[in-house]
Design a protein. Structure first.
Lengths: 155, 750
């Protein structure tokens, strides 16, 4: 066990865990941040996507010991009031069915728009293909990403 | 005006009023849970709630809480069921909170997510609940204002009496209404007066989903809770022999390692129980990661299991299922089905004489189709929270069949039904997998054993390799055309491992003079169960592909060819018990023909069509494929749907779109195969699911408008799209696809 001071959603949080513990389980089991989901454990489904220094990352594959001072953002910290343009677009298109994958989808989409504010269909498909939606809401996810891109409120 | 008799027991009602002490019912679980409410919700919170009936309660400030009785698996019943209550209540939807109802089968009808039946079977009771409450609010207002009740009107949560100028919001009359007797009869609205049903309302959990609030079973954390994981045999046909528990018990955070039997001798099992891998290893510890490490380190020895058989109570009928010993292989599964299908099966339906008709035929077409086992792969793996004490079991998690599991888990724990409290969480997908609640029982037994609250968590590998899979199926069709290219005979011989996908009385039964339906089954020890649109999820695509090839042989347009058969079924039906309405079937085909511009030239697009009836609903689809860099890409799918009244159109559209993607994905890419009993995929690196770049570029969904009470929606869009896909692929590259998954490099057959 070792103590780690983590910068998560703008807060400094301390945990005492085994160094090999993936940040996914630190968030869920130790910090009560359960919006980041467990889907596959091998970075194949994208349900656990978080931002590390703004980049979309599969948290199930990142041991807590490798985080250091890097800033982590989870779905809970994507926006203060749940009104990030991507979150708003998701609500406008009423994207979710079961909803389990959607936090991961939103985190991947938000990172995409951060680096590429006007993605083409091909850009969206390429980036989002790492995130499985078992309910098959892909049609709406793409539409919502376009709405967010065109909302003019991306910062 | 439609009058319906209420079914709320007067006795039960009086009991509730008495409980409330003068009619004020406060302190509901929702208040306890309100820390999850958004700031806006907290502001709107009333000081007191008045329970009008078990479906709803009204706050003194006019806010309404409506209970959603059925489990939510993503089919959106948590929004659409309360909409139906709100409609008859004349509630202001903006002032409605929705709460997941507790399990209470005395009060609610069929608290189950399965068979696409929630709305269909809940329709009447939900409407009655709203109408009864509205009646009582109007009665309370009539008493208060001393005016005739017949003169009182309601709209958007406000009660008015025009002549006297009186007006009140529901909250002002709620206390008085809660003390009235339940009326014997209430009036329900005419369909034309609906103002909520038929309008699109957003998912009531939408905000919580997009902000990552705890909603799912796996999000359950409680003080003092331990995490449990299982180790089950690595292959079907194997069972536990021994293990070296001591080596992992000393690992950090690990508190217990032991074996247990999910079901003990003499446990009465229902269809919702699975006895496969009955003896399992439980590993219990402090955190998920620690338990995962111990699970990897544990050495377990397995041995071959003997022949086994279990009795299942299938709604009062005892069904014995045999599980032969042995380690099975997919190659022999496939060859076994193909070989069995060469012989005559068990004849389930026979009209006319197919043999004679085939002898006289001008043309005969015979084709065979197959599909592999499929895992459900709900994105939220199986899990359950259990806190079992000597006289109580608190069970929280994702379950499609709480009513059935309550009985079997109570028996297994040695508790009464009253001592078992199952709480339903939102589910990260169902697709049929969570109809089978062994994980609930496993969690309960582990908690009872370690005397601590535990959350059982399946890894993805556990989940995928202990499926209750979609069975493998096979079907051979043979049809005859006469010299006028009329279909004169149709033979279907369908079988599978371990069940047949045959629906003997579905189309084209009834539309052809000589018809014969046969089935066969092959025993297996691989556990199987319902998977979105059971049986239809294969047979629809196979049948619709066959009809496409038959239409081509007849030189007819595939839609015209089908419509001719429906004309026959309408005007001159053959046989009895034909399980479809030919007019509605033809209706969706005509609608999709119109909306897709079927008869107009489509440049660079290759089109296929299919239609199917299941779960009381009709769906027809036209699917367009474009070739991109030599590869087929689904460009657009048009769906025409007749599911009666559509409660929540945009959400219903979402459901159809998802069913289309699900159907295309599994037909194209997915399979689970076995080698020496072991599943050959255990995670999404080897098990291929459809992804963003493979989904249709666009979809259009059109509903038939009618006044028929709502029918199924979650399952019906999936089956036919597999046929439309195969037929479009043929147009795109000239190849007929008979064996799923179509894009496999090495199909098991064909």
């Amino acid at each position: 066990m070792a103590t780690y001071n983590l910068n998560i959603n703008g807060q400094s949080l301390s945990v005492d865990v085994d160094p090999s513990t993936p940040i996914l389980w630190v968030l869920r089991d130790h910090l009560g941040l359960v919006g980041t989901k467990f889907g596959c454990g091998i970075a194949q489904c994208g349900a656990c996507t978080i931002h590390i220094e703004g980049s979309a990352t599969r948290s199930c594959q990142i041991p807590v010991s490798s985080i250091g001072n890097n800033k982590i953002t989870t779905i809970e910290g994507l926006s203060e009031k749940g009104d990030h343009p991507v979150q708003q677009a998701w609500l406008e298109h009423d994207v979710p069915q079961c909803g389990y994958c959607q936090a991961g989808q939103i985190m991947t989409a938000a990172a995409l728009l951060n680096s590429n504010p006007s993605p083409t269909d091909e850009d969206i498909e390429a980036t989002m293909s790492g995130n499985i939606c078992r309910c098959g809401t892909y049609t709406r996810i793409k539409a919502a990403i376009k709405t967010a891109a065109n909302s003019g409120s991306l910062s | 005006m439609t009058l319906v008799r209420t079914t709320f027991g007067r006795r039960a009602f009086i009991k509730r009023v008495g409980l409330a002490g003068g009619g004020l019912v406060i302190g509901f679980s929702w208040l306890a849970a309100c820390k999850d409410a958004t700031p806006e919700e907290v502001v709107m919170m009333p000081d007191e709630w008045f329970e009008i009936n078990g479906f709803l309660k009204i706050g003194d400030n006019g806010m309404v809480t409506i209970m959603s009785p059925n489990p939510e698996i993503g089919q959106n019943v948590k929004t659409s069921m309360p909409m139906i209550v709100a409609e008859e209540l004349d509630a202001d939807w903006e002032k409605v909170f929705v709460e997941q109802a507790p399990l209470n089968t005395d009060l609610y009808t069929r608290q189950l997510a399965g068979g696409s039946q929630s709305i269909r079977q809940g329709w009447e009771s939900l409407r009655m609940a709203g109408a009864t409450a509205k009646h009582m609010l109007k009665q309370a207002a009539a008493n208060s204002w001393q005016v005739p009740m017949a003169e009182i009107t309601t709209a958007a949560g406000v009660i008015s009496h025009e002549a006297s100028g009186n007006s009140a919001h529901y909250g002002e009359m709620a206390s008085a209404a809660a003390q009235l007797e339940v009326p014997e009869e209430v009036e329900m609205k005419e369909n034309k007066d609906f103002s909520i049903i038929g309008t699109s309302r957003k998912n009531v959990d939408g905000k919580k989903i997009v902000t990552g609030k705890p909603l799912f079973g796996l999000d359950t954390y409680r003080e003092g809770m331990l995490v449990a994981m299982l180790v089950h045999p690595p292959a079907f046909g194997m069972r536990f022999k021994s293990m070296d528990a001591a080596s992992v018990k000393s690992m950090p955070g690990i508190s217990d390692v032991f074996t247990f039997d999910t079901y003990t001798e003499g446990t009465r099992m229902s269809f919702a129980d699975i006895a496969t891998f009955n003896t399992k290893v439980a590993i219990v510890g402090e955190s998920t990661w620690q338990v995962m490490q111990a699970k990897k380190a544990l050495n377990v020895e397995w041995e071959e299991a003997p022949d086994e058989a279990y009795d299942i109570d299938l709604f009062g009928r005892i069904l014995t299922t045999e599980y032969p010993s042995g380690k099975e292989n997919s190659d022999s599964h496939s060859l076994g089905m193909a070989e069995t299908a060469t012989r005559k099966g068990n004849v389930v339906r026979k009209d006319g004489n197919v043999d004679a008709a085939f002898k006289k035929a001008a043309k005969v077409l015979e084709r065979s189709y197959s599909c592999p086992f499929l895992a459900h792969n709900t994105l939220e793996p199986m899990n359950f929270y259990a806190n079992v004490t000597e006289d109580h079991a608190e069970l929280i998690g994702p379950i499609q069949t709480p009513e059935f599991m309550e009985k079997s888990v109570a028996a297994r724990l040695g508790l009464t039904l009253e001592q078992v409290d199952i709480q339903m969480t939102r589910m990260g997908g169902g697709f049929g997998r969570r109809l089978y609640g062994h994980f609930l029982t496993e969690a309960a037994v582990i908690s009872q054993t370690v005397k601590r609250p535990v959350k059982l968590v399946y890894t993805r590998e556990d989940d995928m390799t202990f499926g209750n899979y979609r069975p493998a199926y096979y079907v051979t069709y043979k049809a005859a055309l006469d010299e006028n290219n009329e279909m004169t005979a149709f033979l279907v011989r369908a079988g599978g491992i371990p069940e047949s996908p045959l629906f003997a009385n579905r189309f084209p039964a009834g539309a052809v003079e000589n018809y014969q339906a046969e089935e066969f089954t092959i025993k297996s020890n691989v556990s199987v169960g319902a998977w979105r649109a059971p049986r239809s999820n294969f047979i629809a695509g196979a049948e619709q592909s066959f009809l496409d090839e038959l239409a081509e042989m007849a030189g007819k347009d595939p839609i015209d060819f089908r419509l001719e058969l429906f004309d026959k079924a309408i005007n001159n039906p053959v046989g009895e018990n034909n399980d479809y309405e030919a007019e509605r079937y033809a209706g969706v085909l005509k609608l999709v023909r119109e909306k897709s511009g079927w008869n107009s030239q489509q440049n660079g697009k290759h089109r296929g069509v299919a239609a199917y009836y299941c779960h009381n609903s009709y769906v027809a689809q036209v699917l367009d494929i474009a070739m991109v860099n030599g590869q087929p890409r689904v460009d657009k799918v048009y769906s025409a749907v007749d599911c009666g009244i559509v409660v929540n159109p945009d959400a219903a559209t979402n459901m159809i779109e998802g069913g289309v993607v699900d159907g295309i994905g599994h037909a194209m890419y997915s399979a689970i195969t076995f080698k020496d009993g072991a599943p050959q995929a255990s995670n999404f690196d080897k098990y291929r699911l459809i992804r963003h770049g493979e989904a249709p570029r666009g979809q259009e969904v059109h509903f038939v408008k009618n006044d028929i009470d709502p029918t199924g929606l979650g399952e019906p869009p999936l089956p036919p799209v597999m046929g439309a896909l195969a037929n479009a692929l043929y147009k795109a590259n000239g190849k007929r696809y008979y064996h799923q998954p179509f894009m496999s490099n090495k199909p098991l057959l064909g």
